[in-house]
Write a protein that binds this ligand. Structure first.
Ligand code: HEM
Length: 246
C-alpha cells in the first residue's frame, strides 16, 4: 500500500504533468523554424558551394542572431523544450516513453552533441585572447567549416552529420507526435501507420543526404583566399575543443 506522502507526491506529479507537456511542446515550432533557416545554408552548398552557404548563413543570422532574438527564438525555446521534456521523464507518475524509441534516442543524441557544436561555432571564436583574438561573425563564414573539414575530415564529417541526422530524425518523430495530439480530429494516433512511418523515413533520408551532400561539397571545394593568419586563428578555435585535440 502507498503511504499518504507517496500518494501526495504522485498527485503533485500528476498535476505538473500537463504543464510540463505544454512547456515541452510550445517551443517546438520556434526550434523548427530555426532549424529550417540554419540547415538551409549547408544544404545549399550542393548547388552554390561555400559562397552561397555563407551568404545564406549571413542572411539567416539576421533572423536569429544578436540580442534579444537569439534568446527568444533559439536558446530560450531550446532550453525550455529540453528541460521540460527531461523533467517530464523524471517526474511522470506513469512509465516514461522507452528510451530506445527513435524520438528519445535521437533527442538525447542531439542534446549530447549540441553543446560541442555551440562551443566550437559560437563561444570559442569570441575568445579575445591571442591567437583567436575574437573572430567576428563576418570572418566566421563557411571557410571555417571548410577548414575544419579539410584538416580533420573524419571527425568533422562525423560531428556535422551525426548532429544533423539526430536532429532531423528527432524533429520528424516529434512533429508526428504533435500532429496526432493537436491536429488529428478523432484523437487516434496515426503516426504508426505504415505509410506515415515510410514517409518520415524518406523525409529523414532526404534531409540527411542533402546535408551530407553539402558537407562533402564544402570539403572538396578549395577555400577562397585562405589567409594563413586567419587559418591559424581557426585552428586555435577548433583546438580549444577536446574533439580536435585528440
Ligand atoms: C535540436 C533540438 C532538439 C533537442 C536537443 C531536443 C531534445 C529533446 C529531448 C532530450 C527530449 C526528451 C525525450 C524523452 O525523454 O523521451 C525531447 C522530447 C520531445 N521533442 Fe525534442 N528536441 C529538439 C527539437 C525538437 C523539435 C524541432 C521538435 C518538433 C518539431 C521536437 C519535439 C519533441 C517532442 C514532441 C518531444 C516529446 C515531449 C513529450 O514527452 O511530450 N523536438 N526533445
Amino acid at each position: 500500500m502507498s503511504s499518504p506522502s507517496s500518494s501526495q507526491t504522485n498527485s503533485i506529479r500528476k498535476t505538473l504533468l500537463p504543464y510540463l507537456t505544454k512547456a515541452a511542446h510550445l517551443p517546438a515550432p520556434f526550434i523548427s523554424a530555426f532549424l529550417l533557416v540554419h540547415l538551409s545554408a549547408p544544404i545549399l552548398a550542393n548547388v552554390g558551394g561555400a559562397s552561397l552557404s555563407s551568404s545564406v548563413m549571413l542572411l539567416g543570422r539576421e533572423y536569429y542572431q544578436g540580442s534579444p532574438q537569439e534568446l527568444l527564438l533559439l536558446f530560450g525555446p531550446l532550453g525550455l523544450h529540453v528541460s521540460a521534456s527531461v523533467l517530464k521523464r523524471l517526474l511522470s507518475p506513469y512509465p516514461p516513453r522507452p528510451i530506445r524509441s527513435l524520438l528519445s534516442t535521437a533527442g538525447y543524441t542531439a542534446l549530447a552533441i549540441i553543446p560541442i557544436h555551440i562551443l566550437i561555432q559560437r563561444v570559442y571564436p569570441t575568445d579575445p585572447a591571442y591567437p583567436i583574438s575574437s573572430i567576428g561573425p563576418a570572418q566566421l563564414d563557411f571557410s571555417f567549416v571548410q577548414h575544419a573539414l579539410q584538416k580533420w575530415p573524419i571527425r568533422s564529417i562525423l560531428l556535422y552529420v551525426s548532429l544533423t541526422a539526430a536532429t532531423i530524425l528527432h524533429a520528424l518523430e516529434g512533429f508526428a507526435l504533435l500532429n496526432d495530439l493537436y491536429l488529428v480530429k478523432d484523437g487516434s494516433a496515426k503516426r504508426w501507420d505504415k505509410s506515415k512511418v515510410r514517409t518520415r523515413r524518406i523525409a529523414a533520408a532526404t534531409g540527411i543526404s542533402a546535408v551530407l551532400g553539402g558537407v562533402l561539397m564544402l570539403w572538396k571545394e578549395p577555400i577562397i583566399m585562405p589567409l594563413p593568419s586567419i587559418l591559424a586563428r581557426f585552428d586555435a578555435v577548433l583546438q580549444k575543443s577536446i574533439i580536435y585535440r585528440l
